[in-house]
Design a protein around this ligand. Structure first.
Ligand code: SF4
Length: 336
C-alpha cells in the first residue's frame, strides 16, 4: 500500500457562539475524502475561505477532527489522526511538518539562522549534544543551499527567497516524511518562486518526501504537483491527476479558476466563465450544491441536492472525480 495519507469523510468543526442555547458548530472542512501517495506532490487549490488551510492543519493534527478519519501510514508507523495522542502524537510531530505561509512572520528577528533551524531538534529532543545538533543543522542547511556564513547571521539580513529557504530547512531538520506547504511561494516575486519550487522538488526527490502543496494559484500547481484537489466551502469539488485536470477540467468552479489565469494567447482571452461574487460564509452555507449561488449553470436540482464527489463515468480510469450534477452535459456543450 503506497498511500501515506488517507482521509475519509474528514470534518473539522469549531464551536461558535456563547451560552447554553445558541451554541453551534462551524464546519470549516466538511466530509473530505482523499488519498495522498507516498512521494507525491499533491496540490490543494481554492480561494481563500475554501478550507484548504484548515484541511492541511487537520492532517498535521493541528486542527480538531470532529468527524471522519485520517490515517497516516509510512511503512514504519500507522496512525489514526483523529485519536492520536501521547507518545504517538509526539512521534507524529517529527514525521509531519508545516512550511509556513509567510517566512517573515515565522522567523524571529533576534535569533541566528543556526538557532532558528536547530530549535525543532531541541524542542523534540532529537539530538543529544550541541555538536550533533550542529551537524544536523549544517547538513540540512546545505541541502537548502545555505552555507556556514548564512548560519551565523540574523534572518533580517536575507532576501525573501533566502528566508523561505531558512523556513524550509527548519521544517525539514527533524527528518519529516510529510510536509504541508501552505502558500509557501505566494509572498515571493515570480522569479524567486521558481527557485523555491525547484528546491522543494529537489528535496522531495532527495529525501523521499511527500507534499501537500496548498495554493490559490493554479499556474504554480501546474508546474509542481502530480495530483490536484480543488476545494470549495470546505468540500472537495474535483480531484484528478494534474495532467487530466488541466486537459479537461470538469467542475464549473475549477473551470472558472482556470479562466482567471491570464493567457498570452489572444484567441484564448475572454473564453470560459469568469468567477463572480464572493465565496459564501461557512456560517451561512447555501443549500444543495454549495457553488450554486455563483454557478452560471445552476438548475433547480442544484439548489436542492448536494452532489457527491464521484468517479463513475470516468473514461480515463485515472481517478478523476467531480461533484457536479451537470458535468457531463457541460463538458459537451460549454467550452472550458
Ligand atoms: Fe453548478 Fe449545479 Fe454543478 Fe453545482 S451542481 S456546480 S450549481 S451545475
Amino acid at each position: 500500500d503506497d498511500i501515506l495519507i488517507a482521509a475519509e469523510s474528514l470534518t473539522v468543526g469549531y464551536p461558535i457562539g456563547k451560552g447554553l442555547f445558541n451554541r453551534s458548530v462551524l464546519n470549516a472542512v466538511n466530509g473530505v475524502s482523499l488519498s495522498i501517495r507516498r512521494g507525491s506532490f499533491f496540490g490543494l487549490v481554492g480561494e481563500s475561505g475554501s478550507g484548504k488551510t484548515t484541511l492541511g492543519r487537520a492532517l498535521l493534527k493541528a486542527a480538531p477532527i470532529t468527524a471522519g478519519h485520517a490515517r497516516y501510514s509510512d511503512g514504519e508507523v500507522n496512525y489514526d489522526l483523529a485519536t492520536l495522542d501521547g507518545a504517538a502524537l509526539k512521534d507524529y510531530r517529527k514525521r509531519a511538518q508545516l512550511i509556513f505561509q509567510d517566512p517573515y512572520a515565522a522567523l524571529s528577528p533576534r535569533t541566528t539562522v543556526r538557532d532558528i533551524i536547530a530549535e525543532p531538534l531541541e524542542v523534540m529532543g532529537i539530538t543529544r549534544t550541541r555538536s550533533d545538533t550542529d551537524d544536523r543543522v549544517r547538513e540540512i542547511a546545505a541541502k537548502c543551499r545555505l552555507n556556514l556564513e548564512h548560519l551565523r547571521r540574523f534572518p533580517h539580513a536575507f532576501s525573501g527567497g533566502q528566508r523561505q529557504r531558512i523556513s524550509i530547512a527548519r521544517a525539514l531538520v527533524a527528518g519529516p516524511r510529510f510536509i504541508v506547504a501552505d502558500e509557501s511561494v505566494a509572498a515571493l516575486d515570480v522569479s524567486i518562486q521558481a527557485d523555491v519550487l525547484n528546491l522543494l522538488k529537489q528535496l522531495q526527490r532527495d529525501l523521499g518526501l511527500t507534499f501537500l502543496f496548498i495554493s490559490h494559484d493554479l499556474s504554480v500547481v501546474a508546474h509542481t504537483c502530480d495530483h490536484v484537489a480543488v476545494m470549495y466551502l470546505g468540500r472537495l469539488v474535483e480531484t484528478a491527476p494534474t495532467r487530466a485536470l488541466f486537459a479537461a477540467p470538469r467542475h464549473p468552479y475549477t473551470r472558472a479558476l482556470f479562466s482567471a489565469i491570464p493567457s498570452l494567447d489572444p484567441d484564448d482571452r475572454g473564453r470560459g466563465q469568469r468567477l463572480t461574487g464572493e465565496i459564501p460564509s461557512p456560517l451561512n452555507q447555501p443549500t444543495g450544491c454549495k457553488f450554486h449561488t455563483r454557478c452560471p449553470h445552476a438548475i433547480d436540482q442544484c439548489r436542492k441536492v448536494e452532489p457527491v464527489l464521484e468517479t463513475s463515468g470516468d473514461p480515463s480510469g485515472e481517478g478523476h472525480a467531480v461533484a457536479c450534477h451537470r458535468w457531463r452535459e457541460l463538458m459537451e456543450t460549454v467550452p472550458a
